[in-house]
Write a new protein. Structure first.
Length: 701
């Protein structure tokens, strides 16, 4: 639950940063400082989404994303035959970074339900762009140029780029209007005015394509397509309206540019901009015919266009750029990815319109490296069928360990002092202080400990009696316990061994429990020895036998235990599928708290806390799950409680574990330091409440 809540907080932060990212991309020019801000914002978004991916444990993708990664790799490989290696590498890396960022955004917004948020964020950023454009020119100056038939040049972005961005913004607002959200009409008017001021031919073409696609395509909630006759009427009215509208002065700039384009193409005029573009298209096609398979190297257009127009530029067409620079292979992969999105959008109208606009626009403009285009691709991808890879638990654990180390550098210091031979050169007090600060992320108060965890650390250092060793040795503890409470509570021992090789598995029963006598954890519950993974168990056991558990956490009772292997009879209750463990927390020989645990030593372990009368307490730990229903009181509760108090006589604090199997009570183990004194209580008040029960000789209580 806590993880889900944290995931939601991260999602909200990402949403805010995403809106800021779009605003910056739309409104910041090529100034290096401003571009650095965009890069920092994108980096923060990437880190947060990456972290969220590990929280969720999944990486989402689709076939188009895979193809875009392939084309990015091919672009970088093309440096082998590129005209300018450094330029190809720089642009190739830029493409790869954009694809990675696009993939991360897709992972955050992979659900079609999030399309609405991304679309409205795009519209909002478009409004900010328009407001800044108009304010930069001044309201009167802006409209004076607009109605005077002059092209309004921008100090923010290239005017063609502004036109293309707002063409998509107009598409999104028009779609909202079709859904009867009429409040978007003023925004659509604002976008159209700004497109007209930019006098961008490409933006008008792709906007027309997109609007027609939206208007004529079947809506999801419609049962039938619009009748052909009605469509023709609408088309006729639309064409007549456009013809009449372009006669207005506000359209004079763009109609003039379209007229010059037509005259230049037909050879009756000479528009410099159009002439340059045609020359670049011809050069690109020429390059492609000479190098049709793999092209001349990614972004090498900058090298071959300089002799043509006196400066190095791209071919002014995504299609020609890919054909000329990456040949049929690169262009084929790139356009295959786009067509996959266009044809696998589950009939989503807005996705289809986006891809129509992108594909048409790629013929007359070069936007394949523009950041906003990758955002549009994410929006268009959302209705597609996605797949995902589950992140391996070990990988996730390593990732979160690294994150924890970055949050708390003391963790790094703690890992260093655990290494041999440094470990044995560090005093117990220093080691415990560093370990506590690393695991609890706060300083340890040993002079006047107040919490449960602090007092357990104090006991580690100051309460050291030699007979404690016998109490925690899993083999010798049975003799110790037997003398105090009787043999009938002891789980039968099958054998104790000095090494793994001395175990004769043929003579063992089919079910048994195996563990080392000198440490905590690594309990192997074997229910069918024929399915036993001998190599895995051998590796773990032999590794454990070489370790002195005392040096792991400076728990003195373990220091002088001789490492051995103990195999016990497997016991289980017919009424429970899990092994239920009753853990009695005693303080100065009296039980104050109990917690019940199922599936101990597994990742599915669940616990529930109770007071000494078995009243449920709402105590939760971050490291364990909780029961769906409160475990019932065991029949032998009072017996187990009295046995625990007998065993904990003359101790400040002790945990004694029992099992109730088919009505019989069995001793489990004795623990001096529950959780090593690093119990992660969800509510810190319980750390203090349990701490009050430990009466240390230094306290004035």
């Amino acid at each position: 639950m806590k993880e889900k809540s944290f995931e939601k907080k991260i999602s909200h932060i990402i949403d805010i940063l995403f809106i800021a990212y779009l605003v910056m991309v739309f409104t910041m020019n090529s100034n290096a400082t401003l571009n650095n801000l965009i890069a920092i914002n994108a980096a923060v978004i990437s880190v947060l989404i990456f972290y969220k991916m590990f929280l969720v444990g999944k990486v989402y993708y689709n076939r188009s994303i895979i193809l875009l990664f392939i084309v990015s790799a091919f672009a970088l490989i093309s440096m082998i035959w590129a005209k300018n290696i450094s330029f190809t590498i720089a642009k190739g890396v830029s493409l790869l970074i954009n694809v990675i960022f696009m993939t991360l955004l897709y992972n955050n917004y992979h659900d079609e339900d999030r399309m609405n948020f991304m679309v409205k964020s795009f519209i909002f950023a478009g409004v900010v762009l328009c407001v800044l454009e108009i304010s930069n020119q001044g309201l009167s100056g802006y409209f004076s140029m607009l109605f005077g038939g002059k092209r309004v040049y921008s100090e923010i972005l290239n005017v063609n780029e502004i036109g293309i961005i707002l063409a998509f913004g107009s598409l999104f607002t028009f779609n909202e209007i079709l859904k009867k959200n009429y409040k978007y009409i003023p925004i659509l008017v604002l976008f159209i005015i700004e497109i007209l001021s930019a006098s961008s031919k490409t933006s008008m073409i792709i906007l027309t394509v997109g609007l027609l696609y939206l208007f004529f395509m079947k809506r999801k909630d419609e049962n039938k397509k619009m009748p052909v006759k009605k469509r023709l009427i609408v088309l006729f009215v639309t064409v007549i309206s456009i013809v009449l509208l372009i006669q207005l002065p506000v359209f004079s700039s763009i109609t003039s540019r379209v007229s010059k384009l037509y005259e230049t193409v037909m050879g009756t005029g000479n528009d410099m901009s159009t002439s340059e573009r045609i020359a670049l298209y011809k050069k690109g096609i020429e390059v492609f015919t000479e190098h049709p398979i793999i092209g001349i190297g990614f972004a090498s257009s900058y090298v071959v266009t300089e002799p043509v127009i006196g400066k190095g530029v791209y071919f002014h067409s995504d299609l020609i750029e890919f054909l000329g620079c990456l040949g049929l292979i690169g262009a084929g992969i790139y356009y295959a990815s786009l067509f996959l999105i266009a044809t696998n959008n589950n009939k989503n109208r807005i996705s289809g319109a986006i891809m129509c606009m992108i594909l048409v626009g790629s013929i007359t403009s070069c936007t394949y490296l523009q950041k906003f285009k990758f955002v549009l691709l994410v929006i268009a991808m959302l209705p597609m069928r996605y797949e995902y890879i589950i992140i391996n638990d070990k990988v996730r654990n390593y990732f979160f360990k690294i994150v924890d180390m970055l949050k708390n550098p003391k963790i790094i210091l703690y890992r260093i002092i655990r290494l041999n031979p440094i470990n044995k050169r560090v005093s117990d007090k220093v080691f415990i202080k560093i370990e506590y600060e690393a695991k609890m992320n706060k300083k340890l108060n040993l002079d006047n400990p107040q919490t449960y965890n602090e007092k357990v650390q104090w006991l580690k250092l100051n309460d050291r009696k030699d007979y404690y060793t016998k109490m925690v040795d899993k083999a010798n503890a049975k003799d110790y316990v037997k003398k105090i409470i009787g043999e009938k509570y002891i789980i039968p021992t099958i054998g104790v061994y000095d090494s793994f090789d001395k175990i004769n598995f043929d003579k063992l029963p089919n079910e048994f429990v195996m563990k080392c006598t000198h440490n905590s954890g690594h309990v192997f519950i074997v229910k069918n020895k024929n399915k036993l993974d001998f190599d895995k168990i051998r590796k773990t056991i032999e590794s454990d036998l070489k370790k002195n558990y005392y040096w792991v956490g400076r728990e003195y009772p373990y220091k002088n235990i001789k490492p051995k292997i103990i195999i016990e009879k497997y016991i289980h209750d017919k009424n429970y599928s899990a092994i239920r463990d009753y853990k009695f927390l005693t303080f100065n020989g009296k039980t104050k708290y109990i917690y019940v645990s199922d599936n101990s030593h597994t990742k599915d372990q669940k616990i529930a806390f109770f007071d000494e009368k078995y009243h449920f307490l709402n105590i939760e730990r971050d490291d364990y799950g909780k029961y769906n229903s409160i475990p019932s009181k065991p029949k032998n509760f009072e017996l187990m409680k009295s046995l625990a108090e007998k065993l904990s006589k003359d101790t400040y604090h002790l945990r004694v574990d029992f099992y109730e199997i088919d009505g019989n009570v069995y001793f489990g183990e004795i623990t001096f330091y529950t959780g090593g004194g690093f119990v992660p209580f969800k509510d810190e008040k319980w750390d203090y409440e349990l701490g009050k029960e430990i009466k240390l000789p230094i306290n004035k209580e």
